[in-house]
Design a binder for this molecule. Structure first.
Ligand code: HEM
Ligand code: HEM
Length: 404
């Protein structure tokens, strides 16, 4: 059998590419879902998740490389003539699915690798001796989250395309009883030469290509929109019109304190935003704080703290606290922010007492609360307190001014 395609059938090179990429894509899909659904828990569970993701990523990168070579090879080849050019709609559908599969076999592993490259902190490695991160991709939690959304929606689309493609192949075998599958899997010498047809396939190709681009463009647009919706607006942006009772943070610190090996270790988040509504008359309001996990510095263990064993900034780039501000029980007592604290994707109800001093249009607030890392599944592999304590103190101190 020749490596080259003929008008009758695919050559062995195209076949080898087709079936290798098909097996690797199915493996990557299966491994991604398997890894994502493994039970979380202790250290050995975490290691199993890491190993599965490493194999997933390695299979995915292999898809990217082999599919790129396959595209170059295909560009140098003629294509076997369509067997039923007169069935225009069917041919258009098959072509659209082929185009969308071409895009998918590049864009899916690429989005995975971009996600892997942008994720701050630790990650499970691609099993090869070359570099891990793609060049020019900044380590940025929000960016990684955007790529993750695309990757997590994209696999559904890719799986649906494969299902359509396989259904088409089966239809040819079972209903049409023609040679379509044999051209990709059977002996080419025994295949008849399809009839010459005189319709220009140009428009058909163009339509199919546009439809395929629209499918993946739709995924990108939908997952990109999610980003715009879920990202909180920064409270302190000058251009943003503030509500009458809105307060903008001028300066502040957000600290945590934990015990490591029995010693206190203090850290600070460099990036966080707070949207504050507060009415001095009623002493009530609302606050929404969003914290960039990757911006934490915690002495020499910063990387470990933001890595997958603990806060896992790659999978959960932000933490948040959304709370109602309640007035002091009696004068001179602290206010209370009562609401939902979400860290590492897990939420608990939390009370944060804080002292507030108002001086005209400036407010100074500071408060502290204690949480248990086990409530968030953080450091699940460190089941006792010998290495890292369970209690984590979270404290803040800020100055805000009333927005006009
Ligand atoms: C799972 C991943 C798969 C991907 C990404 C994929 C992708 C593709 C692409 C892009 C083509 C067009 C090739 C070209 O024009 O050079 C093609 C052709 C073909 N594929 Fe697949 N395929 C996959 C799985 C399968 C499976 C499981 C079957 C069989 C059940 C199959 C059967 C075929 C056949 C018969 C053709 C030739 C169609 C024709 O002659 O028009 N494919 N595939
Ligand atoms: C054909 C290639 C690929 C396919 C079909 C694929 C498919 C998947 C699937 C199905 C999941 C589980 C998603 C979920 O349950 O929501 C997943 C997750 C993931 N994949 Fe891939 N993947 C591919 C390539 C890659 C590559 C090359 C990398 C990195 C180098 C990668 C990195 C990841 C990561 C980090 C996750 C976890 C995402 C998260 O939930 O935060 N993938 N992938």
């Amino acid at each position: 059998m020749s490596p080259m395609n003929t008008t009758r059938a695919y050559g062995w090179a195209a076949r080898a590419f087709h079936w290798t990429v098909a097996v690797l894509i199915l493996a990557a899909l299966g491994l991604g879902l398997y890894a994502d659904n493994l039970p979380r828990g202790d250290e050995s569970a975490l290691q199993a998740i890491f190993a599965a993701f490493s194999i997933h990523k390695t299979a995915g990168v292999a898809v990217l490389i082999i599919a790129s070579a396959r595209i170059l090879w295909t560009l140098s080849q003629i294509r076997p003539r369509p067997l039923h050019p007169e069935r225009r709609l069917e041919t258009l559908l098959a072509e659209t699915v082929h185009w969308a599969l071409w895009i998918g076999m590049i864009i899916m592993p690429l989005s995975g690798w971009l996600l892997h490259s942008a994720a701050p902190g630790g990650f499970s490695r691609i099993l090869w001796p070359f570099g891990q991160r793609l060049p020019l991709v900044p380590e940025d939690a929000a960016l990684a989250e955007g790529f993750a959304r695309f990757h997590e929606a994209g696999w559904w689309v890719l799986a649906a395309l494969i299902a359509l493609h396989v259904a088409g192949a089966l239809k040819h075998v079972l209903i049409d009883r023609d040679h379509t599958l044999a051209r990709m899997a059977g002996n080419p010498d025994r295949l008849p030469d399809p009839p010459e047809h005189h319709m220009s396939p140009g428009l058909q190709h163009l339509l199919a290509a546009c439809a395929a681009v629209a499918i993946w463009g739709g995924v990108a647009a939908l997952t990109g929109q999610g980003e715009a919706e879920t990202r909180p607006e920064p409270a302190a942006t000058a251009a943003q019109p503030a509500a009458a009772s809105g307060w903008a943070v001028q300066q502040g610190t957000l600290d945590i304190q934990v015990k490591q090996g029995g010693n206190d270790v203090a850290g600070q988040f460099g990036q966080w935003q707070a949207a504050i509504d507060y009415a001095p008359e009623t002493q009530t309001g609302r606050v929404e704080v969003t914290i960039d996990i990757a911006s934490l510095t915690l002495g020499s263990v910063t990387g470990t703290a933001t890595g997958p064993d603990f806060l896992n900034a790659g999978a959960h780039p932000t933490a948040s606290f959304k709370a109602e501000i309640l007035p002091p029980a009696t004068d001179g007592q602290p206010h209370l922010a009562r609401g939902t604290l979400t860290i590492a994707g897990k939420s608990i109800q939390a009370d944060l007492p804080f002292d507030l001093v108002l001086e005209g249009e400036t407010a100074k607030a500071k408060g502290k609360m204690q949480v248990d890392r086990r409530d968030f599944g953080i450091g699940a592999g460190y089941a006792d307190e010998s290495t890292v304590g369970f209690a984590v103190a979270i404290s803040f101190d800020l100055t805000a001014t009333l927005q006009k």
